[in-house]
Design a protein. Structure first.
Length: 186
């Protein structure tokens, strides 16, 4: 399925913020189905000419378990894909939509990439580095926006994932402390 199909499948117009966050939430559901903590990111480039449509140039889901890679966070995967698609590392014209508040590693990478705008849904009280534990992007060129309309949905997605995991294993999952605590504290 290509990116355009994804957007259509979610009924999204290509403008406005909710459809892009809906796309990210849909991707996060797929990550959960793979046994990954459901975090997803989509990178949207503004149209290059006045009036041209913005488009999805990068997508990422958390793949730490699948790739056995501690750096395989959704945001980094989406940023890499966007940079490759656009042929440059500076992403000033890109808005990154993420289902959960980025961690310090990802927030730093977002700053390094000069991402124009970051929009995230759920806060991450333990590791969030945009408002919760740190504010790494304050004073940078990246505008940070919390998507309040979608935060409840993203939080529910996390809760459902850990609740299913607990039900499957019959134990409290502690392997992913940052999100487990978010769930436990909710
Ligand atoms: Zn991260």
């Amino acid at each position: 399925m290509n990116k355009d199909d994804d957007v259509r499948a979610l009924g999204g117009a290509s403008t406005g913020e909710v459809p892009w966050m809906m796309l990210a939430l849909g991707l996060a559901d797929r990550a959960a189905a793979m046994g990954e903590v459901p975090v997803a990111a989509v990178a949207i480039a503004a149209g290059s000419e006045a009036g041209s449509d913005e488009r999805c140039v990068g997508r990422g889901v958390n793949l730490r378990e699948t790739l056995r890679d501690p750096t395989a966070h959704a945001e980094l995967i989406a940023l890499r894909e966007a940079a490759q698609a656009l042929g440059r590392w500076r992403l000033e014209d890109v808005t990154l939509f993420v289902t959960v508040e980025p961690c310090a590693m990802c927030a730093a990478a977002i700053g390094q990439a000069r991402v124009g705008r970051l929009v995230y849904a759920a806060v991450e009280p333990k590791t969030g580095a945009c408002e919760s534990r740190m504010r790494l992007l304050d004073g940078t060129a990246t505008e940070v926006v919390r998507d309040l309309d979608m935060s409840g949905r993203a939080e529910a997605q996390m809760r459902a994932f850990f609740s299913d995991l607990r039900a499957d294993k019959g134990v409290v999952v502690a392997s992913d402390g940052e999100v487990a605590e978010l769930v436990a504290g909710a």
